[in-house]
Design a protein around this ligand. Structure first.
Ligand SMILES: C[S@@+](CC[C@H](N)C(=O)[O-])C[C@H]1O[C@@H](n2cnc3c(N)ncnc32)[C@H](O)[C@@H]1O
Length: 245
């Protein structure tokens, strides 16, 4: 694949995306429970707390979203989509797992609060395809944590032309524990590998983003790591080159 090839035209992207879909569709009930307010194990409580903190960071980093067209890429049960809609954004939430999209549409897992004037529109599909419609802002929380860096960069290149202000995303930072777990997973035949979390070393990430395989006009502006118990994720803000806000 050359730097100009869109991710959705790449067999590597499609293969990996299909594995991610095969993981989330059967696991939809578990994911729905984790993202609800219902009881979960202590371990999952730490994940929930970490994810709530990550959501806060991403929301804090956003500009005033009133009137902006925002894509919640890999929206899951739509928690962030509903919050953005409440803040006045025109939101499209897209996810591969139709079981999660159905939950998202009901708003069952949204945080308590007033109904937005315009509810989010939810769709089942690939974020790269949906992003081609054009958005002011794209947010992808804990979606690219399941992709190798090569595929994340390919997707960001494909998002770049269609987004006007920037992209907020999270990746899994490399830690010795995640590195070992990923290494053990790699011992399985490729077809049996679950698309677990794929850690990325910070240096490789920065080099990739700034290099010829990176998203040409999206520039890394800031990063923050959230580590709570069993949850660890790194937020990245990519801003459109030349934009001040
Ligand atoms: C860990 S969940 C996070 C969901 C949501 N962003 C959140 O933070 O609650 C990752 C989600 O990304 C979705 N996903 C992964 N790759 C995708 C793709 N290429 N297009 C659309 N959704 C995708 C998965 O189906 C899954 O629901």
């Amino acid at each position: 694949m050359t730097p100009g090839t869109p991710a959705h035209a790449s067999p590597a992207w499609t293969r990996h995306r299909d594995r991610v879909e095969g993981h989330f569709r059967p696991g939809a009930e578990r994911w729905t429970r984790l993202t609800s307010g219902g009881p979960v194990s202590r371990i999952r409580q730490t994940v929930r707390a970490g994810r709530a903190e990550m959501r806060r960071i991403l929301l804090d980093w956003m500009p005033d979203v009133r009137g902006l067209r925002v894509l919640d890429a890999g929206c899951g049960t739509g928690v962030l989509s509903w919050e953005l809609a409440r803040r006045g954004a025109s939101v499209v939430g897209v996810d591969l797992a139709e079981e999660l999209v159905e939950v998202a549409r009901t708003g069952a897992n949204a945080e308590p609060g007033p109904s937005p004037d315009t509810p989010p529109e939810f769709r089942t599909g690939d974020l790269v395809d949906t992003a081609q419609e054009g958005f002011d802002l794209i947010v992808a929380m804990d979606c690219f944590i399941h992709y190798p860096l090569r595929d994340t960069l390919a997707a960001l290149r494909a998002l770049d032309p269609g987004v006007s202000t920037g992209v907020l995303l999270t990746v899994a930072p490399w830690t010795p524990l995640l590195g070992i777990m990923h290494g053990i997973g790699k011992a399985f035949p490729r077809s049996d590998r679950a698309p677990g979390i794929i850690p990325v070393r910070d240096r490789r990430l920065r080099e990739g983003l700034a290099g010829p395989w990176g998203p040409g006009s999206l520039v890394l502006d800031r990063t923050a790591v959230v580590h709570r118990g069993f949850y660890i994720s790194r937020a990245l803000e990519l801003r459109k080159r030349g934009r001040l806000t």
